[in-house]
Ligand binder design. Structure first.
Ligand code: TNX
Length: 535
């Protein structure tokens, strides 16, 4: 029936039918939710769902209830959705939509009546951060495709879109003060075809104007999704350095990166570079009301700082131990800048390596160790271990997986993910884990169709791990997924069939990477050791 699975669901005999005469009435507090539901369902039933008419009524009603919680009762008399806040009412409305036949997910249908069973549901989310990271830097996703993706997240009750806007291969956000960031940084000459493949010889690019961003943020907010922007630094910055060579460590000009991997070109540590990015941040803060702002901080290679007299002078002048502490110092400048403006810095677990600033939120991606250390130190933590939540990783060991990458991460693997690390079970520190996110990195995801293939249905399984109670029942999930796939199909989602890619979903000739399950175990062990030893 419903995905993600509600906390409690009882069915009873009887049913209700939504048709073009059905009325919708709402508490004024939920009028935006009502407008959303009208816009979604009106065209399907061929009516307007206005209050008053009536062969039955859908009612949105305000009650004392915890944030995001709702109660939903359906029966011969109509549909009653009760909630304590608009988010709860919205999730009740999403669940209601899933009770209807899959046709309810079309933009317009036959105008036929839509029957739904009589149920009583009580529901609320397990975690406050139910996220998805989307990398629009490696491959740009057009605004229209991004708005569609937000709708799909909302249908699964996810509420955080972590938008990775900048990287070596592209800068995707208009900054008024520094137009070259997009004039130069949003375009690359060509792209590496797959992993370790030839070059495709085809320019790639795109960016969101500030008006686009305002539209995206508003569209997401209406669906109770917070957009958390990520401006990645000091690594993953080659596109910015290509646009502004004064930000880099070398005297030779760079182009926007065309190949994948962890690049050596990182920001220099000059005061004016920090000011530059603080100015960028100020425009970011204007655009994104999110309480959380990510500065990335992942995979910053230190080779150039080791070789740079200026960086070494900086280390000496600040009395720092090494390049790790230099990175921490730099991240600290942004933590202060954000805190002074009432926002909280988010960084990947690498920012723990030279010491993370107080109040930083840690997104822990390399196994659990960073999450455990951070939670015990009192940091707010979002878990997203790559071997459980990286939806850019291959979905099966088979050779017909399109452009395979990473470790094998099947639908069942994602479904069995537990957001709270086992090492924190029963520990007070577990309360610092505010949730999790799945991640869609797009080096090898070069179109919305391939994005659908990688995201679905695994994103549905992920949504259940952050919304539903911790107990898992794979057989029950599979059964509910059978009801869910026709909804995705009605929405036009080109998901991966359970038995592998359809012929047109395969990508023969685009090289992937050999399966990395064993090498990842070794890498993670290395990182864990480094973190433990405070290196
Ligand atoms: C690691 S996760 C990265 C990304 C890559 C991803 C590929 C993280 C913070 N950094 O830059 O796109 O792996 O799976």
């Amino acid at each position: 029936m419903i995905i993600p699975k509600p906390v409690r669901l009882n069915t009873s005999p009887g049913r209700f039918v939504v048709d073009r005469h059905t009325a919708l009435t709402t508490d004024p507090a939920f009028s935006e939710v009502a407008a959303w539901l009208r816009a979604e369902l009106g065209p399907v039933v061929g009516g307007e769902l206005l209050p008053g008419t009536s062969s039955g009524t859908i009612t949105l009603s305000a009650r004392e209830m915890p944030p995001e919680a709702y109660r939903l009762s359906t029966g011969a008399g109509g549909v009653l959705i009760e909630a304590g806040d608009p988010a709860g009412a919205f999730y009740g409305a999403q669940t209601f939509r899933q009770l209807l036949p899959p046709e309810a997910f079309r933009r317009a249908a036959t105008g036929q009546p839509l029957p739904l069973p009589a149920v009583h549901i009580e529901d609320r989310p397990r975690f406050a951060w139910r996220g998805c990271l989307l990398d629009v830097a490696r491959h740009f996703l057009t605004k229209a495709d991004l708005l569609r993706f937000i709708d799909l997240m909302a249908a699964h009750k996810l509420n955080v879109l972590h938008l990775h806007l900048t990287d070596d291969q592209g800068w995707r956000l208009e900054i008024r003060r520094y137009p070259r960031l997009t004039e130069v940084g949003a375009w690359r000459r060509e792209s590496q075809l797959g992993w370790n493949g030839a070059m495709d010889g085809r320019p790639h690019g795109g960016y969101y104007t500030q008006d686009d961003i305002r539209e995206i943020v508003a569209h997401a907010a209406r669906r109770h999704i917070t957009v958390v922007p990520e401006i990645d630094l000091p690594g993953h910055t080659q596109a910015a350095i290509a646009a502004h060579p004064e930000l880099g460590n070398l005297d030779v000009p760079l182009e926007v990166a065309t190949t994948w991997g962890v690049g050596a070109n990182v920001l220099n540590t000059e005061k004016r570079t920090i000011t530059f990015f603080q100015n960028v941040m100020d425009e970011v803060l204007e655009l994104f009301p999110s309480p959380y702002i990510s500065v990335g901080g992942d995979e910053c290679r230190k080779d150039q700082w080791r070789a740079s007299p200026a960086a070494q002078r900086r280390i000496a002048e600040l009395g720092l131990r090494d390049e790790e502490e230099l990175q921490s110092w730099m991240i600290g400048r942004f933590a202060d800048h954000l805190a002074a403006r009432g926002r909280q810095l988010v960084g990947w677990d690498e920012i723990l390596e030279g010491g993370a600033p107080d109040g930083a939120v840690i997104a822990s991606w390399r196994d659990d160790h960073g999450a455990v250390v951070a939670a015990k130190a009192g940091h707010t933590v979002v878990t997203c271990p790559n071997t459980s939540t990286y939806l850019d990783y291959r979905q099966a060991p088979d050779e017909d997986e399109p452009v395979p990458f990473g470790t094998v991460l099947t639908l069942d693997d994602v479904y069995s993910f537990e957001p709270v690390p086992a090492a924190l079970a029963g520990d007070q520190a577990a309360q610092h884990v505010i949730g999790s996110q799945c991640c869609l990195w797009t080096e090898l995801i070069d179109s919305p169709r391939h994005l659908d293939y990688m995201a679905f249905p695994r994103l549905a399984a992920f949504a259940e791990t952050v919304w539903s109670p911790p107990e898992r029942d794979p057989a029950d999930f599979r059964q509910r997924l059978n009801d869910h796939l026709p909804r995705l199909a009605a929405l036009g989602v080109e998901y991966r069939p359970d038995d592998g890619p359809l012929p047109w979903q395969q990508r023969p000739g685009v090289p992937g990477r050999p399966e990395e399950t064993d090498t990842w175990r070794a890498k993670v062990a290395d990182w864990t050791r480094n973190l433990r030893e405070g290196r």
